[in-house]
Design a protein around this ligand. Structure first.
Ligand code: KIV
Length: 271
């Protein structure tokens, strides 16, 4: 069953209303114009220009190499395909970790140079001061806690976070601090569903889960993962809604065969 909500443009206020009404928020990533347009036409609420573009677009092993200039380049392309969804942009590694002023300047750069509606930062308490300063300037900020891929070298693995009491308490505390700092929503990545439920109930702002169970206010997935394009990546939390890698493979094989056998182009496909 699809839940139709007639909002002409999704903003932070809309997301708040959706949480309040108990209507789930839908989010996916995009890095290019065509995909963004398809997601927007289908009615997605939020499009994230994720730094996952480092993995799935640039082919890097981690999210660390992607730069501010590259995030801005992709965001401009994405925004051209969007009429309704809210576009949020990941602040890349080292664009906000150095100090509050640097974070502020880079968040401002994203909003000034692209039509995006907000930025996302990874981390809890340690980024709260930056979030406060950025939101005070009128720039919507989304938090991201739990598994935060920019800290992969500190974590040492992509395993679920918050499984022991100490880390679970830290995640709850971080969520509250981010809300108090002015975040409009928080991504909860790869944490136990009971913990995500606790955080979701505690906060007034929406939680968007990825590998965080059904109790979050919304869900996000990396689009190439859920479309079955990223063939070597099979975490438990990704559901394949299509098998596009297989579709593309057979289309390209057919194309090659048709050309080799003089079946393409035909008279009808010629001038
Ligand atoms: O970069 C990204 O795609 C993300 C999502 C996984 C939430 O941060």
């Amino acid at each position: 069953m699809s839940v139709e909500v007639d909002f002409r443009r999704i903003t932070t206020k809309t997301l708040q209303v959706l949480k309040h009404k108990g209507i789930k928020i839908t989010a996916l990533t995009a890095y290019d114009f065509i995909t963004a347009k398809l997601l927007d036409n289908a009615g997605i609420d939020l499009v994230l220009v994720g730094d996952s573009l480092s993995n799935v677009f640039q082919g890097n092993e981690t999210t660390l190499p992607v730069t501010m200039d590259e995030m801005i380049y992709h965001t401009k392309a994405v925004c051209k395909g969007i009429e309704r969804a809210m576009v949020v942009v990941d602040m890349p590694f080292m664009s906000y970790q150095t100090n509050v002023d640097e974070a502020f300047r880079n968040a401002g750069r994203i909003l000034k140079e692209t039509p995006a509606g907000g930025v996302k930062l990874e981390g809890g308490e340690r980024v709260a001061e930056s979030i406060r300063k950025i939101t005070d300037a009128g720039i919507p900020v989304m938090g991201h806690i739990g598994l935060t891929p920019q800290s992969i070298h500190q974590f040492g693995s992509y395993k679920a976070r918050g499984k022991d009491i100490e880390e679970a308490d830290q995640i709850i505390n971080d969520a509250v601090v981010l809300e108090q700092a002015g975040a409009f929503a928080i991504v909860l990545e790869k944490i136990p569903m009971e913990l995500a439920e606790k955080v979701t109930k505690k906060l007034k702002i929406p939680t968007i889960g990825i590998g965080a169970g059904m109790h979050c206010d919304g869900q996000i997935l990396v689009t190439p993962d859920m479309l079955g394009l990223n063939v070597n990546f099979h975490p438990r939390f990704v559901r394949h809604y299509a098998e596009l890698a297989k579709t593309i493979d057979s289309a390209v094989r057919q194309y090659i065969e048709d050309i080799k056998n003089n079946q393409f182009p035909t008279d009808k496909e010629s001038y």
